[in-house]
Design a binder for this molecule. Structure first.
Ligand code: G3I
Length: 356
């Protein structure tokens, strides 16, 4: 990636060489002023965010930030089954197309989230009455239709999301009940058959504090390799808070990398209001702690995931006003590197400092 400051350094070097070769006559074109330093320009791996289509359509500071700050974007919700496939045989591409067009217009990669999950399953699926063949057809055609629609557009997919419980057993989802434990492998096969070029990820949360879940995911990767099931990477969501143990974060990253697969920190946010206090007010000390925690995550990624396995880091939306945690906690929260006005928080500089 040659972007921003990296590009500027390259242009400066080229211009200087030109000046020397032309006998130092000041005929060389003056280079553009330096591009602003961003995390994106300095990171050696893709830096991303989940995004909301309504904001991409009409929120100017959000649009500016989403365009300038990220190599890759992910629709936070609009590729989930309840959004994209709301009725039998009817797909709604409105929100996902807004995100896909934004990525295309701005030369960004698009990460698809998510083909199969136990949440965001539409009622028509929950109420579907069919035998095992009918269920398999529903499952396969959903995956094939969505992957085919974005073939060559989505460069990486969260194929299956959160299939394990914290104790490492398979989560008792509707997919497990109707399709049996082989559904995870078949989801990856259907996705690979439909778009052989897309990178395929298994995505989950809590690996940093639930070792049994981490072990189950590593075992899944080992079993997939043995059986030639296509799997390119592991997503660690990393919805964490100030008190999350740094050692657990490093262990989860190291064990994920031990599979040899790509590793994506896929939904990073760091909560401050750990007691979900309705009257919570942040202060500089808390923002400084949050900055250190972001730096620790970025450093742990660099130290535990070899360069060739770094799919990148994605934050779960852009600014503090956009976070799912506001709705989920029904309390104030400030978990992202940008504030409610899309100004950089202390976390932003801490991430920059921790990159190298
Ligand atoms: O904003 C409306 C609010 O106005 C309304 O009062 C409320 C009533 O239910 O709904 C609010 O919308 C909710 C929306 O989040 C707000 O961000 C939706 O109901 C709710 O379904 C939606 O939740 C999403 C959740 O996944 C379920 O799909 C979150 O946005 C999204 O951030 C979250 O993302 C998940 C990842 O996909 C997987 N990993 C965990 C992550 C966090 O839960």
């Amino acid at each position: 990636m040659i972007a921003g400051r990296k590009l500027y350094r390259f242009l400066m070097t080229t211009a200087l060489a030109g000046l020397l070769l032309s006998g130092c006559k000041r005929t060389a074109v003056e280079p553009e002023p330096p591009a602003p330093i961003t995390i994106r320009s300095e990171a050696s791996y893709p830096w991303g965010a989940a995004v909301t289509p309504t904001h991409l359509a009409n929120n100017a500071p959000y649009i500016r930030t989403a365009r300038n700050e990220y190599d890759r974007i992910t629709p936070e919700n609009h590729m989930k089954m309840s959004f994209i496939h709301p009725e039998p045989g009817r797909y709604d591409w409105t929100g996902s197309d807004i995100v896909a067009n934004f990525a295309r217009q701005n030369g960004q990669k698009l990460h698809g989230h998510t083909l199969i999950w136990h949440q965001s399953v539409p009622d028509w699926v929950l109420n579907f009455d069919g035998d095992s063949t009918a269920w398999e057809n529903l499952f396969r055609s959903h995956i094939q239709t969505v992957v085919a629609k974005y073939r060559g557009v989505v460069s990486s997919w969260d194929v299956v999301n959160e299939a394990f419980e914290d104790d490492g057993t398979l989560r008792n989802t509707i997919w497990l009940q109707k399709l049996g434990p082989g559904y995870i492998a078949r989801a990856f096969q259907y996705a690979r058959e439909t778009d052989p070029a897309a990178l395929l990820f298994y995505n989950d949360y809590g690996q940093e504090y639930k070792p049994a879940k981490m072990r189950a995911i590593v075992a899944l990767a080992t079993e997939f390799r043995r059986n030639n099931i296509p799997l390119d990477g592991l997503g660690i969501q990393m919805h964490i808070e100030l008190r999350t143990d740094d050692a657990g974060i490093a262990t989860a990253l190291r064990e994920s990398a031990s599979t040899g697969l790509l590793v994506h920190i896929s939904e990073l946010d760091i909560a401050l209001n750990i007691n979900n206090d309705k009257n919570f007010q942040p202060n500089d000390a808390l923002f400084a702690q949050q900055a250190r925690k972001y730096a620790n995550v970025v450093r742990a990624y660099r130290q535990n995931v070899p360069p060739a396995q770094r799919h990148g880091i994605t934050t779960w939306n852009v600014g503090d006003a956009d976070s799912w945690l506001l709705w989920y906690k029904q309390a104030p929260e400030f978990p992202l590197p940008f504030d409610v006005n899309y100004e950089r928080k202390p976390a932003y500089q801490a991430i920059l400092d921790a990159l190298n």
